[in-house]
Design a protein around this ligand. Structure first.
Ligand code: ZN
Ligand code: ZN
Length: 144
């Protein structure tokens, strides 16, 4: 939270109670939630908050680099507060995302492979598969 307060001060953003609750909700979330999911969580603490306000604050956070966007290509917006370098494991069935620390991924020599003139800003690996819940054999409900 102190990191968040410092960044807000740096960016000249008022560190309101509402913003702190929103950021904390994202910090505690391990599931890379979308704006609607965050709104549901923030509402428990601030019943008067509106979805529009949550969206506006998320945009402000993103614009100031306070949070990250982990949306899958052009899919719905998914967010996270984890700002340490990491990659993602994505379940192709339920779309759950799991963090994969960057040091667990073998470094890939990209420099030579970059098309001429391409300016690399961020490097993320997205591994797709099945999470434990989705890979488990489905129960048929049959008794034996
Ligand atoms: Zn799954
Ligand atoms: Zn993540």
């Amino acid at each position: 939270m102190q990191w968040f307060r410092d960044r807000c001060a740096e960016a000249g953003l008022p560190c309101t109670h509402q913003r702190q609750v929103l950021y904390r909700a994202l910090l505690e979330a391990k599931d890379h939630p979308g704006p609607e999911m965050l709104y549901e969580r923030v509402k428990r603490d601030i019943p008067s908050v509106s979805l529009g306000t949550v969206y506006r604050n998320i945009k402000t956070f993103l614009d100031n680099g306070l949070i990250g966007e982990v949306s899958l290509h052009h899919g719905p917006l998914r967010l996270e507060a984890n700002n340490t370098p990491h990659h993602h494991l994505v379940c192709r069935v339920c779309r759950k995302m799991f963090d994969l620390p960057a040091e667990q991924v073998e470094s890939i020599h990209l420099r030579e492979a970059l098309p001429k003139g391409f300016h690399l800003e961020r490097f993320v690996v997205e591994a797709h598969g099945l999470c434990a819940g989705c890979a488990a054999p489905k129960r048929t409900g049959r008794t034996h």
